[in-house]
Design a protein around this ligand. Structure first.
Ligand code: E4P
Length: 219
């Protein structure tokens, strides 16, 4: 399973990259706004900075919602850096745009996916990645993880090559559940990745080892 970090915060991206287990990064317009990055030039420069840190795919989302606009914007984004993946919303024009990008060798991430039917459409269009939003389904009392299971089953039935990129992941437990469900990629905040390290028995065991070592080596 690949690990992507879901942020536009450069310090957090660096921290995750330094762990040596980071495979990519996802951003969205809300995450860019959260970092105070505004205006096309600044946004594009920020994507370049992320690409210089992350040795892997970096999703950059189009703002346009019409076919022509998405194609124009996506082409510009793809030219910024070889790591850029054009993130496109799950709407009719978005699916058309994904098909265009696929036919022209540009990687895509189909975002805002909430149903298995939408997942089929994106795979048919040849999306590189599909982003089902686990946490936002949980927020409205639906089972986000069940959607990952359903899509895995469907994609395996037809050997669709689109990679399931579980998004809107909000906890370390979500990461483990996504792995059990067979997601190809999970994108999550740094805190969820760091949470995977934690176990009280690891802390207790390490403290004991060090104490025993110190005692045995006392002069
Ligand atoms: C990533 O691609 C998504 O935009 C992101 O995971 C959404 O997460 P949220 O639902 O926590 O905003």
């Amino acid at each position: 399973m690949k690990f992507f970090i879901d942020t536009a915060n450069l310090a957090q991206i660096k921290e995750a990259a330094e762990l040596g287990i980071l495979d990519g990064c996802t951003t969205n317009p809300s995450l860019m706004a959260k970092e105070g990055i505004t205006g096309d030039k600044n946004v594009w420069n920020h994507y370049k900075k992320i690409c210089e840190i992350v040795d892997g795919d970096v999703s950059a989302e189009v703002i346009s919602t019409d076919y022509k606009g998405m194609i124009e914007e996506g082409k510009k984004l793809a030219k910024l850096h070889k790591n850029i993946v054009v993130k496109v919303p799950m709407i009719k024009d978005g699916i058309r745009a994904i098909k265009y990008f696929t036919d022209n060798g540009i990687k895509t991430n189909c975002t805002l996916v909430f149903s298995p039917g939408q997942a089929i459409l994106a795979a048919k269009a040849g999306a590189t990645y599909l982003s089902p939003f686990v946490g936002r389904l949980d927020d409205i009392n639906l089972d986000g993880m069940e959607l990952i299971h359903q899509i895995r089953h469907i994609y395996d039935n037809y050997q669709f090559e689109t990679q399931i990129l579980a998004a809107s992941v909000r906890s370390s437990l979500h990461i483990v559940k996504c792995a059990e469900a067979g997601a190809d990629v999970v994108t999550c905040p740094l805190s969820s990745i760091m949470g995977l390290f934690t176990h009280p028995l690891t802390d207790k065991g390490l403290a004991q080892f060090l104490a025993d070592h110190a005692k045995a080596n006392q002069k």
